[in-house]
Design a protein around this ligand. Structure first.
Ligand code: GUN
Ligand code: ZN
Length: 419
């Protein structure tokens, strides 16, 4: 990376209730893509003044972290299909079956990662399809994109169409190969063992998945407690277990490297189990609104230590862009949230969920320069200059009225990936 400093307004999260705002800010980046300085321009150390200077009026933010998204569903956004289980059967399983074709896998992966980048998402945790070859292709394209990608092949061994079904043995063999080829194959690629969810996995499959993740030190991702129909089917198939969460506990899937998608209908005991085991949760509000799945109980999470990030959950989510996802996070609560809350969850919250908060998630010294520039409408606040805006005002503008085309530049580890 060519070292540089960028002079720009700068907003970066500290917590869900606190941000640093430097209207006259600077970020300096070294040849390793690390942030050497981040703060007021007047405080930059003199030795950094020799770095090449970029300037913009657009606001610098940490790149977004999309904690839950399905690559093979990129072209299935917005397919109305009533509730989750019918929608999977009618649209999603047939669409994912098409990823047996490497050409479809390649073309979709290229457009998908370009879509993430264009939206200012610099890190994503991704579900591929059940196909090992398509997942190889997806990792190749992820590597080419320059984005930070945690990804895995979906695993399922029951109750799905024939062409998506696999045995535990075959699935395990394929996943071992994928892990050996891709997990930490660069500083930007990780593998996540990905049992789809309990309704499409036997206990044997769930246990095999947990074993793989422990043996190879990978992430785990799956879905839980998203819809009432799903919960009923788990109760029916696993009658001996106290709850949905208890099925995953029994399988060994609840670890501090586990990201649980949704979990919007947990019992008190399930939430406690999730907290005790240190699992993170991917909240996907746009998807929950689209499928009518229900409301995320944010206030119950707030009294726990559970790490929560935001996911687009494309294709039940309708967009890869985290601006509308942040708005949805607010609106599912039935009220307008303070904009720091969704902005934190779309950045530092997601980084914490992946235990990557030491490297990414905010523009702090010593972290990697995963950074985006966002154009803010100058007519906001009656045309007041940005310098006069309070952090609340600038965060409001970013969360409640930005769109993907407002992302004007994207860096990952100091490397410019857009434009
Ligand atoms: N639960 C299991 N699979 C899926 C999926 O593909 N999308 C959503 N939203 N929920 C799921
Ligand atoms: Zn999902």
């Amino acid at each position: 990376v060519q070292p540089f400093r960028i002079h720009a307004p700068l907003l970066t999260p500290i917590s869900p209730v606190e941000m640093r705002w430097h209207p006259d800010g600077v970020v300096a980046v070294d040849s390793d893509g690390c942030i050497l300085f981040s703060g007021d321009a007047r405080d930059i150390p003199e030795r950094l003044l020799s770095l090449e200077l970029l300037e913009t009026e657009d606001v610098l933010l940490p790149g977004f972290v999309d904690l839950h998204v399905h690559l093979p569903q990129y072209d299935c956004r917005g397919k109305f299909g009533a509730s989750l289980m019918e929608w999977l059967d009618r649209f999603i399983f047939p669409a994912e079956a098409r990823f047996a074709d490497p050409e479809i896998a390649r073309d979709t992966a290229q457009r998908f990662f370009a879509g993430l980048r264009d939206a200012g998402t610099t890190t994503a945790m991704v579900y591929s399809s059940v196909h090992a070859r398509a997942t190889d292709i997806a990792f190749e394209e992820a590597g080419r994109s320059g984005l930070r990608i945690v990804m895995g092949k979906v695993q399922m061994d029951r109750d799905v169409p024939e062409d998506l079904l696999e045995s535990v043995e075959q699935s395990t063999r394929e996943v071992i190969e994928l892990i050996e080829r891709w997990h930490r194959s660069s500083d930007k690629l990780w593998y996540a063992v990905t049992p789809r969810f309990a309704p499409t996995c036997t206990m044997e499959m769930l246990k095999a998945c947990a074993g793989l993740a422990v043996r190879y030190g990978t992430y785990i991702q799956t879905h839980i407690n998203e819809s009432t129909g799903e919960i009923a089917s788990v109760r029916e198939f696993f009658p001996g277990h106290a709850s949905y969460m208890d099925v995953y506990r029994d399988a060994g899937l609840l670890t501090d490297c586990t990201v649980l998608g949704h979990n919007i209908h947990p019992g008190d005991d399930e939430l406690r189990m999730c907290e005790e085991r240190g699992c993170a949760v991917a909240h996907c509000p746009d998807s929950n609104l689209f499928l009518g799945s229900g409301r995320f109980p944010l206030e119950r999470y707030s009294s726990t230590s559970i790490r929560v990030g935001l996911g687009s959950d494309v294709g039940a989510g309708t967009t890869l862009c985290m601006f509308p996802v942040m708005r949805s996070m607010s609106y599912v609560q039935g009220r307008s949230l303070h904009p720091f809350v969704p902005l934190y969850h779309a950045t530092l919250g997601g980084a914490r969920a992946l235990s990557l908060e030491g490297e990414i998630g905010s523009l702090d010294e010593g972290k990697l320069a995963d950074m985006i520039a966002v154009r803010v409408d100058r007519h906001f606040c009656g045309g007041k200059p940005l310098e006069q805006l309070k952090p609340l005002e600038i965060a409001s503008a970013l969360v409640y009225r930005s769109q993907p085309s407002d992302v004007t530049a994207v860096w990952v580890g100091g490397e410019r990936v857009l434009p």
